[in-house]
Design a binder for this molecule. Structure first.
Ligand SMILES: Cc1cc2nc3c(=O)[nH]c(=O)nc-3n(C[C@H](O)[C@H](O)[C@H](O)COP(=O)(O)O)c2cc1C
Ligand code: SF4
Length: 689
C-alpha cells in the first residue's frame, strides 16, 4: 500500500549536527532492563526498532563513572573497554537497518546511592534526593562537590563521550533531567552554591554548558551532541528577564547542543499512564523551545497517531517525534505509516507495565507487545512468526486477551483456529474494565486484535457459545486451548498476608458482581488487598456513580503496587477528588450488612465503618471448571482426535493483562515446536577482552 501523502512530512530527513536522521521518528533514551549484563538481548531489542523504521534509536541511561551507580535499578555503564564492545553490539544492530544510534550519558548525582560501587554520591551542595518511594530510599547522603569534583565530572563526561564514539554512536547526550546531577545544578533546592555554579540562572546552567562543550570537544565533530533536559519545574519558576526560568535556560544554551530533547521532571509526569494523561501531554510545558533555538527539537508524549505527530510538526512544537512506549508497543510503527498500514499500528495503551519492568530491574515487558525483550533469547520477531509445521486445528475456548492473542498468532502461522466465546461480546475482563474511569485506552488491546483477526480467513470466532466438555470432545480439534479467565473471590485477608476465610452474605460483592450489573446500596466499602488498579479504580467508579465510598487496604497506600506503574500520585488525587475516604494499614475482619469491622494491620486496633455494601478486591482464581472436566475425560481424547488440552492466561494463573497476552502469544509460538526451542537462550556479559 502507498503512504498517505499527509504523512510525507514525517519521512523527511533531519540534520542533527554532523549526522542526518533518515526521518523524524526518534526512539528516545529509555532503559530496557537488559543493561550490559544482557548485551545480545539489548542489541537485538534496539536493532528491531531500527528495522521497524525509527530514524534514531537510543540507549537508556548509561553511567559515565562508578560514582553514578543506580543498582539495583537497571542502568548501563560505559566505564571501560569491555563496555565499549558491549555497546558496539547495539550500534552495529542499529546501523545495519539504516538508523542512527544515540547514547544517553548519565550521572545520577545525589539521586543514586552507589550501593555496589560504594563511592560517596556527589551533588552540587550535599543535598540528596529523599523520595517517598521506598524502592528509591537509602541512607547514604551525598558529598557537596568541590572544584576538583567538578573538574573530574567534566573529565568523566569527556572520556565517556570518546568511548561512545569508539563504540559507534552517532549522537552523544548530556542528560540534565529527572533529578540527576546536571539537573540538580539547575534547581536552587539542590544547588545552594555561592560560587560560579550557583545563584543566578546563568551560574546554575554553567555546568550543563561545560558538559556540552567537553562533549563536543571529545567527539570532535564526528557525532552530534544532544541535550536531554527536564523543563517542567523550571517552566513554573518566574524569571526577571524571561517568561520563566525554563525560557532563560533555553535562551542561554540555545545553539550549544546540536539537538534539544525535552521532557518532564518526574517519571509520573514524563511517562504518565493513559488513565490520567492524554497523548501529547507534554506540549504545554515544552511548546516554547523551538522558538528559542535554531537546533532541532525532539519531544515525547505517547504519540501513536500519525495525525497528532504531523500536528506537532506543523504547529512548530517539534522537529522529531520522540517515543519510548509507542516504540515498545510497536517497534514497526514508522514502517506501518510509511507503507500506508497505519491502521495496523499496535498502539500503546498507556498501562505503564513497561516502566514497572524498570522498577523491577528486569528486561522490559509490554502488555501490547509480547515479543519485546524476546527478540534474541527466544527469537521472537514482532511482525513475523514461523509457519505451521502440522495440519493441526486448534479450538480456543475464551476470547479474552489471552485467547485473542493466541488465536491471532496461530492464525498467522496458518493453523485452522476456532474461538468459542461464552458471552455475546469478545474481550473477557476488558469488556467491563474499559468502562471504568480512565481505562478506555486499554480497549486498544481488543481493537488491535479484533482488527487483525478480521484479516485472517482461517480463524473463526463464535460468540454466545458456552461449550461443555462433551461438546469440546465432539468438535474433535487437534489441540484445545482453555482461555476461560479468572474470577474474584469473596475472601478476607489474614494477618499472615494471605487470602483467608470466606465472607459470604447478600451485601458482599466482588468486581465480577459490579461488572455483571449488581445494584449496590451505599455507603460502600471497597476492600483492596489485590493492590493493583482494580480496587482504586472501582472506588472511584462507585463514588462517581453517586455512592459514599470508603477504601480500605492493609497497605500504606491506595492501589499500592501502582507506584511501579507511575500511577500512585494520580490515584491518590483521583480518589480525593471523587471524595473517597481512605483507610490504610487496615484489614476487614467482619461485615454484618450494616457495619464493616476493621483491625489495624500492625496494631490490631479495632475500628468500624457504617456501610451497606462491601466490595472485596482481593484474590483471583482460575475459571478452570471446563479444563478439569476435560481432564477427567482424558481417556476419550484419542477417539476424539485431541492431542492436547492446555490452559493459558488467567485460566492457568491469574495475572495482569500483560501476563495473559504473553501466555497466549507463547502458546502460539510454541505449538509443534521442538522441545529444545522451548528453552530461552541465557545472555551474559561479554567476557573481558
Ligand atoms: C521503560 C522505560 C524506561 C525509561 N528509561 C529512561 C531512561 O533511561 N532515560 C531517560 O531519559 N528516560 C527514560 N524513560 C522516559 C522516556 O524516555 C520518555 O521520556 C517517556 O517514556 C515519555 O515518552 P513516551 O510517552 O513516548 O513513552 C523511560 C521510559 C520507559 C517507559
Ligand atoms: S507496557 Fe503498556 S504503556 Fe508500556 S509500551 Fe506497552 S502498552 Fe504501552
Amino acid at each position: 500500500m502507498a503512504r498517505n501523502p499527509r504523512y510525507d512530512i514525517l519521512f523527511e530527513p533531519v540534520k542533527i549536527g554532523p549526522v542526518t536522521a533518515r526521518n523524524r521518528f526518534y526512539g528516545v533514551p529509555h532503559a530496557a532492563g537488559m543493561t550490559n549484563a544482557m548485551p545480545h538481548m539489548r542489541a537485538a531489542f534496539r536493532g528491531t526498532k531500527a528495522e521497524g523504521g525509527w530514524g534514531v534509536v537510543c540507549t537508556g541511561y548509561v553511567s559515565i563513572h562508578p560514582s553514578s551507580d543506580d543498582a539495583p535499578l537497571p542502568f548501563a555503564t560505559l566505564w571501560d573497554e569491555n563496555d565499549i564492545r558491549s555497546h558496539a553490539l547495539m550500534t552495529d544492530a542499529v546501523h545495519q537497518h539504516g538508523a542512527l544510534a544515540g547514547i544517553e550519558l548519565w550521572h545520577g548525582g545525589g539521586s543514586v546511592i552507589n550501593r555496589v560501587s560504594r563511592t560517596p554520591p556527589l551533588s552540587p551542595s550535599g543535598i540528596s534526593w529523599m523520595p517517598t518511594h521506598v524502592n528509591f530510599m537509602g541512607n547514604q547522603r551525598s558529598k557537596a562537590m568541590d572544584r576538583d569534583d567538578i573538574r573530574a565530572l567534566l573529565g568523566w563526561q569527556a572520556e565517556a563521550a570518546r568511548k561512545a564514539r569508539r563504540a559507534g554512536f552517532d549522537i552523544v547526550y548530556v542528560y540534565a533531567g529527572m533529578g540527576y546531577l546536571p539537573y540538580e545544578f539547575l534547581l536552587p533546592e539542590w544547588n545552594r552554591r555561592t560560587d560560579a555554579y550557583g545563584g543566578t540562572v546563568a551560574n546554575r546552567v554553567r555546568i550543563v554548558r561545560e558538559l556540552l562543550e567537553v562533549t563536543h570537544e571529545a567527539v570532535a565533530g564526528q557525532c552530534a551532541v544532544a541535550l536531554r533536559i527536564s523543563l517542567e519545574e523550571l517552566r513554573g519558576r518566574p524569571s526577571a528577564v524571561a517568561p520563566s526560568e525554563a525560557h532563560e535556560v533555553v535562551t542561554l544554551l540555545a545553539d550549544v547542543p546540536d539537538l534539544w530533547d525535552v521532557k518532564m521532571d518526574s517519571s509520573p509526569t514524563d511517562c504518565p499512564p493513559s488513565r490520567f494523561a492524554p497523548e501529547g501531554s507534554h506540549e504545554p510545558v515544552i511548546d516554547f523551545v523551538k522558538k528559542l533555538t535554531r537546533k532541532p527539537v525532539v519531544g515525547v508524549g505517547r504519540f501513536t497517531s500519525p495525525d497528532a505527530m504531523v500536528g506537532q510538526i506543523r504547529r512548530g512544537v517539534l522537529d522529531l517525534i520522540g517515543a519510548a512506549r509507542p516504540s515498545i508497543a510497536d517497534p514497526f510503527l514508522p514502517r506501518k505509516i510509511d507503507e500506508g498500514r497505519e491502521q495496523e499500528i499496535r498502539e500503546c495503551i498507556g498501562c505503564n507495565i513497561c516502566i514497572s519492568s524498570w522498577h523491577d530491574s528486569v528486561p522490559v515487558r509490554c502488555t501490547q507487545n509480547a515479543t519485546i525483550g524476546e527478540e534474541w533469547r527466544r527469537d521472537w520477531h514482532p511482525e513475523r512468526i514461523a509457519v505451521a509445521t502440522s495440519a493441526a486445528s486448534v479450538l480456543i475456548v475464551g476470547a479474552g486477551p489471552a485467547g485473542l492473542e493466541c488465536a491471532l498468532w496461530l492464525g498467522r502461522r496458518g493453523y485452522e483456529v476456532t474461538v468459542a466465546e461464552a458471552e455475546d461480546e469478545i474481550g473477557g475482563r476488558l469488556r467491563f474494565e474499559t468502562r471504568l474511569p480512565g481505562l478506555s485506552a486499554w480497549g486498544r488491546v481488543l481493537d488491535w486484535r479484533r482488527g487483525r483477526l478480521q484479516e485472517l480467513e482461517n480463524v473463526t470466532v463464535y460468540r454466545g457459545n458456552r461449550l461443555s466438555a462433551q461438546e469440546v470432545l465432539e468438535l474433535g480439534n487437534t489441540h484445545v486451548v482453555i482461555a476461560t479467565g479468572a474470577r474474584w473471590a469473596r475472601l478476607l485477608y489474614s494477618p499472615l498476608e494471605v487470602p483467608a476465610e470466606a465472607l459470604e452474605g447478600p451485601r458482599v460483592f466482588t468486581p465480577d458482581d459490579v461488572a455483571a450489573g449488581a445494584r449496590l446500596e451505599g455507603p460502600v466499602v471497597v476492600y483492596d488487598y489485590d493492590n493493583y488498579y482494580m480496587g482504586g479504580v472501582l472506588a472511584e467508579h462507585l463514588a462517581k456513580a453517586g455512592h459514599r465510598v470508603s477504601y480500605v487496604t492493609p497497605t500504606g497506600y491506595a492501589s499500592a503496587w501502582v507506584i511501579m506503574s507511575n500511577e500512585q500520585p494520580q490515584v491518590h488525587r483521583a480518589l480525593a477528588a471523587a471524595g473517597v475516604a481512605l483507610h490504610t494499614l487496615s484489614r476487614v475482619t467482619a461485615f454484618d450488612g450494616s457495619e464493616v469491622r476493621l483491625a489495624g494491620q500492625f496494631t490490631n486496633e479495632e475500628t468500624s465503618i457504617a456501610c451497606r455494601a462491601l466490595v472485596i478486591v482481593g484474590a483471583r482464581f482460575a475459571n478452570d471448571e471446563l479444563y478439569r472436566a476435560l481432564a477427567a475425560r482424558a481417556d476419550d481424547f484419542g477417539a476424539a482426535g485431541i492431542k492436547s488440552v492446555t490452559r493459558i492466561g488467567d485460566a492457568l494463573a491469574p495475572g495482569a493483562l500483560v501476563h495473559a497476552v504473553y501466555s497466549g502469544h507463547r502458546y502460539a509460538r510454541e505449538l509443534d515446536a521442538e522441545p529444545a526451542s522451548l528453552v530461552f537462550r541465557r545472555d551474559a556479559p561479554l567476557p573481558a577482552a
